[in-house]
Design a protein around this ligand. Structure first.
Ligand code: MG
Length: 498
């Protein structure tokens, strides 16, 4: 290995250490920190962020990358891939002035406060001037980069490297009419029962049950742990320390089990990355969509499938005999898959979820290209809800104000959720070709060949390939919604007798 490569790896290793230290602080903030620690923690994170920025965008890193790009030009090699990803991150970081980053942080923090108040009062006018500022800064951010086919491409690229607005629009454009048609068919079928979901369940018992399930899936507790936090999330400090959080909601107790499955899907991805990538820019999942494909697969394609219900329901019923009295594996399966158009994205079922995303994507693109003014958002939101889901929220808290993302300047993020669903179904078809008795294995509670497939085709590669290339390598196709439509149609035809 060349001396220069060693020098670069040394610096990137330190950058990675600092980033992971910041992640530990962030995890602690959500899990352990008393409220009084908030201000000091903000300062600590800002200091670490500044040191990372200085270290990573130094002229020395620029010179090393420039020289090494020629020497390691083959991106199929690990070294070549590392240089490619580091160079891309470096060029992006250099284009955005530190003063802008600081300004954006201040605007976002004020916008977040305004959003909290606006949402609690269901009053969009409180949030409107802040969101206008956020959008203004997002446009300014775009202006730092060389022109793209569409200005939104630049935002999308931060979450989904290499993905174009036109590609996402085409994928969603193919999906939307089919998903709308399916929901209409379900609406005229007989509704399934799910009253057992809303009974009282013991928190500790559910928590233990959730850990038992994800340990069976293959989440390695010797390199991970599950803690309580206000929102479920996954965070990684090393391939050997990948943590998840979870919560208990009185109104929706079994969500604890499904959230554990979801977050363990993210975590198993991070636990499966090639250990030799540790402390390099390759030691992460490649994109948010591919990450979400992993979490959605374990939560939905495995966790909400009939074979899995047949495997785990008898034990769940043993733990909660009174709550599940009269419920069978089959009726449990139907109940947890109930479809009903609803206002809130995070509570949406699999059949309606992507429509919530498509609505947000169209609005985001409009805000960025100037065709939609922030002041018109509530009206546009409600019109699109009517068009896509056939319902109109009773107020803005249940409509345009429901999500936190825009207050933090995160525009370009939402579509990755829907892309994740789409990718999960594509991978699932490929897996079922390679493992023909997969359903039977799941019914027996065996997940090792499924996890083995994901390890080999997805996890081990970390950030080596961009999402489209990774999906192509694993399935032979680029990201496309056809498999997802087949999956939804088959599943809901069975449940609703369509
Ligand atoms: Mg997720």
């Amino acid at each position: 290995m060349s001396e220069k490569l060693n020098q670069l790896k040394q610096i990137l290793g330190e950058v990675s250490d600092l980033n992971h230290a910041a992640s530990v602080l962030g995890w602690d903030e959500q899990v352990n920190m008393p409220p009084g620690g908030s201000e000091a923690r903000g300062q600590q994170l800002a200091t670490l962020g500044k040191i990372v920025q200085e270290k990573f965008t130094s002229d020395e890193v620029g010179r090393l990358l420039e020289d090494l790009k020629k020497e390691y030009s083959d991106a199929e090699t690990d070294e070549g891939a590392m240089i490619r990803v580091a160079s891309r991150n470096y060029e992006k970081a250099k284009l955005v002035p530190p003063s802008f980053v600081a300004e954006q942080a201040i605007v976002a923090s004020k916008a977040f406060e305004a959003w909290v108040e606006a949402k609690s009062k269901s009053d969009f006018s409180i949030f409107q001037p802040h969101l206008e500022k956020v959008v203004e800064l997002v446009k300014k951010y775009v202006s730092f980069f060389p022109p793209a086919d569409h200005p939104y491409d630049i935002l999308l690229d931060d979450f989904e490297p290499g993905m174009k607005t036109a590609e996402v629009r085409e994928i969603f454009g193919n999906l939307r009419p089919k998903q709308v048609e399916l929901i209409k068919a379900i609406a005229s079928a007989k509704q399934v029962k799910d009253d057992f979901l809303h009974k009282k369940y013991n928190e500790k018992k559910l928590w233990d049950f959730s850990e038992k399930i994800i340990a069976e899936f293959g989440y390695d507790f010797s390199r991970g742990r599950q803690d309580k936090a206000p929102h479920p999330f996954e965070t990684s400090f090393s391939v050997n320390d990948v943590r998840i959080t979870n919560r208990f909601e009185e109104g929706s107790p079994l969500a604890t089990i499904f959230s554990a499955m979801h977050e363990s899907g993210h975590a198993m991805y991070e636990q499966g990355i090639n250990p030799s990538y540790e402390r390099t820019p390759l030691a992460n999942g490649t994109s948010l969509a591919v990450h979400e494909s992993q979490s959605r697969m374990w939560e939905n394609l495995v966790g909400r499938s009939l074979p899995f219900c047949e495997h785990f329901f008898p034990e769940l019923k043993k733990a909660f005999p009174s709550q599940l009295d009269g419920v069978t594996a089959k009726s449990f399966y139907k109940g947890i898959n109930k479809v009903e158009p609803s206002f809130i994205r995070v509570n949406a079922d699999e059949a309606t979820y992507n429509l919530h995303i498509m609505l947000r994507l169209e609005i985001e693109i409009g805000m960025v290209d100037g065709s939609i003014a922030v002041k018109d958002l509530p009206e546009i939101w409600n019109a699109k809800m009517q068009e896509y889901l056939g319902i109109v929220p009773p107020n803005n808290a249940k409509g345009v104000l429901q999500d936190v993302h825009w207050s933090g300047g995160m525009i370009g993020y939402f579509s990755t959720y829907a892309l994740g669903n789409i990718v999960s179904a594509q991978l699932w078809e490929a897996i079922n070709k390679d493992i023909p008795d997969l359903e039977e294995q799941i019914r027996k509670g065996k997940f090792d060949s499924l996890l083995g497939w994901l390890r080999e085709k997805i996890h081990v590669h970390g950030h080596k390939y961009d999402p489209q290339d990774l999906v192509q390598k694993a399935t032979g196709e680029r990201i496309d919604s056809a498999a997802y439509v087949r999956y939804l149609t088959k599943k809901y035809s069975g449940i609703y007798g369509l």
